[in-house]
Design a protein around this ligand. Structure first.
Ligand code: NAD
Length: 487
């Protein structure tokens, strides 16, 4: 079936109607598969005002009750997992297995957030004054603006929205202009959950559609207390200072340039599988994609030969086909950027359209030029090292700091890699690849990756404001630091 016909069926199954000026093209064949109405700047500011009004109500709803809405969203996602995943495949080009994985991630974060709704805790702190109690509370923050990238068209909304809702914050979502249909489908599911919930305030969950200008309108609104933006470092560089200018908060999840060290003691069978998934999966279009392989010189020849064989055999094709492991790049611009970094790139012809490429391996002896940038395509650069410290230095010697990993059976190396003097990335793994994180941990990276953390651990704190309270239950008024002040 053509992507356009399949999209029509899926959209009606998911309850999405309407059309408009923003067209969506499937990377599978480059053809239009649907359209949505583009939001005007007036509509964005209205959504922000409604969001603020919703905040004033929602912050008073008990957090476990707020969690009930997330539970209902999770139920809708469970029921719609298959069609939503297939729509992700049509619109973002990832293989069906990865589409299903993306929706599963949404379900997982909903489950996590439901539990979290009963676990939003503060501290009690010893006061220096008699009959005084000091506590720290976490309160809802305000409207959260969420800007997302094309490559995780739905999961990133869920990472943010599930936490924001239980934390007491309305959410306004600006999805990628390349993936408006999956966003519309998620909003239709959320709408059903809102109906079942019954009394959620209008404006609690909104979506504004369009490109950069629509994102900019959201970034500039003083109603947005937290702007969570996922995308390129160039986008973050534009967004961060604008939010800071108005003293808003931002959570930036930007580009990566992720490395894996393969040490002489590594289990090479495991390493090969991890490299294949991390470097070639999602056609190299994950923020955590493996882009630099740092291999010990004693094992490099054998490993590179084996990887070349695997990369040559991997099925490149229609992401809907069972045997396909590498689907298309998102569009022609992505293909051109791969060609710029690696001029030998050839287009693999699949049907009449779409930009398909075979993952590439490029051996280099220095980290310079394009290797230092994130090219959002499947190019794996291979470097050799002699001393372990040299490998760590290479891992850290780029401006990005998202994900990293080491394959080693030497316990000392494994431990060194995850110490303060080891990998400087937000994610440092041992004997697994750089991509495919679980939602239970905090996700994000350092340096030009932006410093934001989403998902598990204590990431929820970014969606709340901290209030320190000192309570005097005595009959005197002692001042802190023993200060005497009186007449
Ligand atoms: P992109 O930066 O082109 O666009 C991302 C989003 O930002 C889109 O919705 C876009 O419309 C919006 N945008 C762009 N400029 C803006 C501006 N000045 N103001 C407001 N909004 C603006 O990124 P992309 O091509 O969609 O996605 C790929 C990039 O995203 C890669 O760099 C990848 O590493 C990164 N990414 C990072 C993470 C992470 O968690 N660190 C996750 C996924 C993707």
């Amino acid at each position: 079936m053509s992507p356009a016909n399949e999209a029509r069926e899926l959209l009606s199954q998911l309850g999405v109607g309407g059309s408009g000026g923003l067209e969506s093209r499937s990377p599978i064949d480059g053809q239009v598969i649907g359209s949505v109405a583009e939001s005007t700047s007036t509509e964005v500011s209205k959504a922000c005002e409604r969001g603020q009004a919703a905040f004033l109500q929602w912050r008073n709803v008990p957090a476990p009750r707020r969690g009930e809405l997330v539970r209902l969203i999770g139920e809708e996602l469970r029921a719609a997992k298959e069609p939503l995943a297939r729509l992700v495949t049509l619109e973002a080009g990832k293989i069906v297995q990865e589409g299903l994985g993306e929706v599963q991630e949404m379900i997982d974060i909903c489950d996590y957030a439901v539990g979290l709704s009963r676990q939003l805790y503060g501290l009690s702190i010893a006061s220096e004054r008699p009959n005084h109690r000091m506590i720290e509370q976490w309160h809802p923050l305000g409207v959260v603006g969420v800007i997302t990238a094309f490559n995780f068209p739905v999961a990133v909304w869920a990472w943010n929205a599930a936490l924001a809702i239980v934390c007491g914050d309305p959410v306004i979502w600006k999805p990628s202009e390349k993936t408006p249909l999956t966003a519309a489908a998620v909003m239709a599911l959320a709408e059903r959950a809102l109906q079942k919930f019954g009394d959620a305030p209008d404006g609690l969950l909104r979506c504004v559609q369009g490109g950069r200008e629509v994102g900019e309108a959201l970034v500039g609104s003083h109603r947005i207390a937290l702007l969570s933006a996922t995308g390129s470092t160039a986008m973050g560089r534009a967004v961060g200072p604008r939010v800071a200018e108005r003293f808003g908060r931002s959570l930036l999840e930007l580009g990566g340039n992720n490395a894996m060290i393969v040490a002489p003691s590594a289990d090479l069978k495991l390493a090969e599988r991890a490299i294949l998934f991390s470097a070639a999966g999602t056609a190299g279009q994950r923020c955590t994609t493996l882009r630099r392989l740092i291999v010990h010189e004693s094992i490099a020849d054998g490993l590179v030969a084996r990887l070349r064989e695997l990369f040559a055999r991997v099925n490149v094709g229609d992401p809907r086909d069972r045997g396909t492991l590498v689907g298309p790049l998102i569009d022609e611009a992505a293909f051109e950027s791969m060609r710029q970094a690696y001029p030998e790139t050839e287009q693999v012809k699949i049907g009449d359209g779409g930009f398909y490429v075979r993952p590439a391996i490029v051996e280099i002896d220095r980290q310079q030029g394009m290797v230092r940038q994130e090219t959002f395509a499947p190019i794996l650069y291979v470097l050799r090292y002699r001393e372990f410290e040299e490998a760590i230095d290479l891992n850290n010697d780029v401006v990005q700091g998202l994900s990293s990993s080491i394959f080693t059976n030497d316990m000392k190396e494994a431990e060194r890699f995850v110490t303060a003097a080891g990998s400087d990335c937000g994610i440092a793994n041992v004997n697994i690849g750089t991509s495919g994180a679980e939602i239970g941990g905090a996700f994000g990276g350092e340096k030009e990756t932006g410093g934001g953390r989403e998902s598990g651990s204590d990431s929820w704190r970014a969606y709340m404001r901290r209030s320190t309270n000192t309570i005097n239950y005595g009959n005197d008024l002692p001042l802190a630091q023993g200060i005497e002040f009186g007449v």
